[in-house]
Design a protein around this ligand. Structure first.
Ligand code: FE2
Ligand code: FE2
Length: 474
C-alpha cells in the first residue's frame, strides 16, 4: 500500500464544492502545460479556425446546394467567433507580439490549401468537416486533459465552447457527407493525414516526420469563384418579373397577401451571403474585427433566407415555384469592386431604417394575423439595425462623410441595375409572373377565397430599382 498523499486527507469546508466548482483538488494539484506551450498550441487552434472560416466563406457563392450554402454561412460565423475568443485569450497570456497572422507550420498551410483547393463539394465537406474539425477537436480535448484546470481556467472555458460547436459542426458534416456520396473519398483523407504527420499533428505535440506530399488540388494557388450558383430548385434565376416592393407598399393590397410577398423578399436574400462572401474573401488586410462582424452579418442574411423558406413551408407554399433571382449577387460580384459592393449593401440597408422600411414590414406581419410572420419580421428588423451599426463601423469611416459614403453606394448600385431587358433579349428569362400561382397555393392551403385584385398584380422590375427609385435616365 503506497502511503496516503497529503491530498487524500484534505476536504473543503462542510464538503462544499472546492475550487469554485472548477475541478477537484487532485486535478488542480497536477502540474500542467506551461504558458509558453499553451500559447503555442492555441495559436495552432486559432490558425485552424481562421482557415476554416476563410474556406467556408469563400465557398458560399459558388456552392449550388442551398442547404450547404446556408450551412457554410452558419459555420463560417461560428469559426469566426472562436477565432475572436482565441485571439482575446492568447492576448492575455504574456504574449506580445502576438504573431497571430503567422503560419504556425508550413505543412499546416499545405493542409488547408489542399482542403480549399477541392472543387468537388463532397471532398470539401470531407476535408473541412470530417477531417479538419475532427482532428482539431481531438487536439483541443488533449489540451484540456493536459493543462491545469485551475491555472488555465480562462482557456478551458473558451475551449469548452469551441468543442460544443465543433461537435455540432462535425455532426452536420457527417450527415451531409452521408447524403452526398456512396463511396468514401479515401485518397483525400490519406493526403491530409500525411500532411499532419509532417506538422507533428495538428497541435504539434507529436514528432514531425516526412515531407509534405505532392500537392493534389493545391498545385496552383486557390482562386475564388465569384459566380453564384444555385441548385435545381432555383429555376429561372434571372427572373425579375414580380416587383415585391411595389406590392408591399401599395395600401390597396391586404396584409395577408403582403406577408407572402415578404417571405419572397426574405428567401431572395440568399443572394446577400453570395455577395458578402465575395467582399470578405476579396478584402484582405483588415483588422480581425472586420471579418468577424461581416461574417456575422453574412450569417444573419443566410438566416433571413431560411426564415423565408420556413414561412413558405408553414403556409403550405411550394417555394420552388417562387422565382428567386441571382441577378443582384451575380452582377455585383462580377461588375463591382468589393468596396462598391459594400457601398451598395450599406446604401440599401440605410434605406431600410426609416418608418417605411423594416418597421413597416414588422407591422404588416402583425396585421397579417400570422404570428410566425410577425416573429420573423421582428427579428429581421433587429438584425438590420445591427447591420446598420456594422456598416457605420467598417464602411462609412472609409469616406469623408456619411453623405459621401451613401452617394458612393447609390452610384455603384445604379451602375448594375438596368439589365431587365438585356436578360430577356438574351433568352435567359421571360420574366414570367409567378405571383398568381404562388398566391393561389397559399389561399388553397388556408381554405381562403383568392382576392381578384391581388391575383391581378402584374408589376415587374423593368425600369425600377428595388427601392422604387427610377433608374437614372428613365
Ligand atoms: Fe437581411
Ligand atoms: Fe442586413
Amino acid at each position: 500500500m503506497p502511503p496516503p498523499t497529503p491530498l487524500a486527507g484534505y476536504t473543503s469546508y462542510k464538503g462544499l464544492p472546492p475550487l469554485a466548482g472548477l475541478c477537484t483538488v487532485e486535478e488542480a494539484a497536477r502540474p500542467g502545460l506551461s504558458v509558453e506551450e499553451c500559447v503555442r498550441r492555441l495559436k495552432r487552434f486559432h490558425y485552424c479556425f481562421k482557415r476554416l472560416h476563410q474556406i467556408l466563406t469563400a465557398r458560399i457563392t459558388a456552392e449550388p446546394i442551398y442547404e450547404l450554402k446556408t450551412g457554410f454561412a452558419h459555420h463560417a460565423y461560428l469559426c469566426a467567433e472562436h477565432v475572436t475568443a482565441l485571439r482575446t485569450r492568447i492576448g492575455e497570456m504574456r504574449e506580445p507580439p502576438l504573431g497571430l497572422e503567422d503560419v504556425p507550420h508550413p505543412a499546416l498551410e499545405a493542409y488547408f490549401e489542399e482542403i480549399q483547393g477541392n472543387w468537388n463539394t463532397e471532398e470539401l465537406v470531407l476535408g473541412a468537416y470530417l477531417h479538419a474539425m475532427s482532428v482539431l477537436d481531438t487536439a483541443i480535448a488533449k489540451y484540456m486533459a493536459e493543462t491545469n484546470p485551475l491555472t488555465d481556467a480562462p482557456t478551458c472555458r473558451v475551449l469548452r465552447f469551441a468543442r460544443l460547436e465543433l461537435s455540432d459542426m462535425k455532426k452536420f458534416g457527417e450527415h451531409a457527407f452521408g447524403c452526398l456520396v456512396d463511396d468514401e473519398v479515401t485518397a483525400v483523407s490519406r493526403w491530409l493525414n500525411a500532411c499532419l504527420t509532417v506538422a507533428g499533428g495538428l497541435d504539434g505535440t507529436a514528432p514531425e516526420s516526412g515531407t509534405v506530399p505532392d500537392r493534389f488540388y493545391s498545385k496552383k494557388p486557390y482562386v475564388y469563384d465569384p459566380i453564384p450558383q444555385r441548385d435545381e430548385r432555383f429555376s429561372d434565376p434571372w427572373n425579375q418579373g414580380v416587383n415585391a416592393e411595389s406590392f408591399l407598399y401599395n395600401p390597396a393590397y391586404p396584409a395577408r397577401a403582403k406577408a407572402l410577398m415578404m417571405l419572397y423578399k426574405r428567401l431572395r436574400e440568399i443572394d446577400v451571403p453570395e455577395m458578402m462572401a465575395s467582399i470578405i474573401t476579396q478584402t484582405p488586410g483588415k483588422p480581425w474585427g472586420y471579418y468577424r462582424d461581416m461574417t456575422r452579418q453574412l450569417w444573419d442574411e443566410a438566416r433571413h433566407a431560411m426564415m423565408g423558406e420556413v414561412g413558405f413551408v408553414a403556409l403550405g407554399v411550394d417555394w420552388t415555384k417562387v422565382k428567386i433571382t441571382l441577378n443582384w449577387s451575380h452582377r455585383l460580384n462580377t461588375e463591382c469592386t468589393p468596396l462598391e459592393r459594400h457601398g451598395v449593401l450599406y446604401f440599401i440597408e440605410q434605406g431600410l431604417m426609416p418608418k417605411t422600411g423594416k418597421r413597416y414590414e414588422f407591422e404588416t406581419g402583425q396585421a397579417s394575423e400570422l404570428p410566425l410572420i410577425a416573429t420573423l419580421q421582428d427579428f429581421d428588423w433587429a438584425d438590420e439595425v445591427l447591420h446598420s451599426q456594422i456598416g457605420r463601423v467598417w464602411y462609412v469611416p472609409q469616406f469623408g462623410s456619411l453623405k459621401e459614403s451613401l452617394d458612393y453606394g447609390d452610384a455603384a448600385w445604379s451602375k448594375v441595375l438596368s439589365n431587365w431587358a438585356t436578360v430577356k433579349e438574351q433568352g435567359l428569362t421571360k420574366h414570367e409572373n409567378w405571383w398568381p400561382a404562388v398566391y393561389l397555393m397559399a389561399c388553397a392551403a388556408e381554405g381562403a377565397t383568392p382576392d381578384a385584385q391581388v391575383m391581378a398584380f402584374d408589376e415587374t422590375y423593368e425600369g425600377k430599382r428595388a427601392d422604387l427609385q427610377r433608374i437614372a435616365g428613365e
